[in-house]
Design a protein around this ligand. Structure first.
Ligand code: SAM
Length: 256
């Protein structure tokens, strides 16, 4: 990807992205912190991480700030979010590399041009994949992450269906929190954020390309926690478990 010369205020779009995402996930920063705490305690000072389905690079930004000797590869399919990330964060003095790839494609790992990484981190993203594909991606990650390396997934991972009360409580709480954010505090929501971004004339072609890539894709699978855990164990991760949780918002750690 080329550096984008533009008059767009990329930083502002990144901040608005973070604010919008926090409307849906009120404990988003605490979740990032838990993930990075685990990284700090498991990684050497120098390591290579993959920010999987990075969007505009929320994980990469925080990881590179906290670990000055780390390097990061940020991968996503969305050309608009990648442009915002690249515009706002650049290449972090050669420590950050942006890659376009579609996790739905079997050969997506070829695009990252990295035979091995120490850690893979992802947030609010893998529920966009259908369950059969999620399980395949977990198998691929088990090949990519070195022995002793880690995978961290921060996302809504719903309770299993037999815990109907737990599911109901979590869904009701989330609906209430979204109402408080978007209706009462006036936080910009997902649709408003994209509509506002569409007013940037420079982004017209990238937005069209985004529409082409996503087409009619369904993006809200929300596989239950048990599926994630079983999929990671089956893929070859030695230790798998939740290290942070508020209702169904969780961080799952898997050690290779
Ligand atoms: C809600 S955003 C989260 C972005 C970022 N991780 C964060 O927490 O701010 C979900 C991201 O998953 C990406 N994504 C969804 N399906 C994908 C796929 N098949 N391949 C690559 N990225 C994908 C989207 O483009 C989007 O950037």
């Amino acid at each position: 990807m080329q550096n984008i010369k533009s008059k767009i205020d990329w930083q502002s779009w990144l901040q608005r992205w973070d604010a919008q995402q926090t409307g849906y996930i009120p404990h988003r920063e605490a979740r990032f912190q838990a993930m990075l705490d685990a990284i700090e305690l498991q990684m050497p000072a120098e390591f290579v991480a993959l920010d999987l389905a990075c969007g505009p690079g929320a994980i990469s930004q925080r990881l590179l700030k906290r670990f000055p000797k780390a390097r990061c590869v940020a991968v996503d399919i969305d050309p608009v979010l990648l442009a915002i990330g690249q515009g706002a964060l650049g290449d972090a003095n050669g420590r950050l590399r942006w890659v376009e790839a579609d996790l739905m494609a079997d050969n997506w790992m070829e695009a990252i041009a990295q035979t091995q990484v120490d850690a893979v981190l992802t947030t609010t993203a893998l529920h966009w994949l259908p369950p059969h594909r999620l399980l395949q991606v977990y198998k691929q990650l088990a090949q990519l992450i070195r022995l002793g390396g880690v995978f961290l997934n921060g996302d809504i991972m719903p309770f299993p269906f037999h815990l109907g009360t737990f599911r109901q409580i979590s869904k009701t709480l989330s609906a209430r929190q979204e109402k408080q954010a978007f209706q009462e505090r006036g936080v910009e929501d997902w649709n408003s954020w994209w509509q506002a971004l569409a007013q940037e004339p420079e982004l017209k072609e990238l937005l069209q390309e985004r529409d082409r890539r996503f087409g009619e894709r369904y993006t809200d699978y929300e596989p239950i926690l048990d599926l994630h855990e079983a999929g990671l164990r089956d893929a070859g991760f030695r230790e798998v478990g939740v290290i942070w949780q508020i209702f169904d918002d969780r961080v799952l750690l898997a050690v290779r």
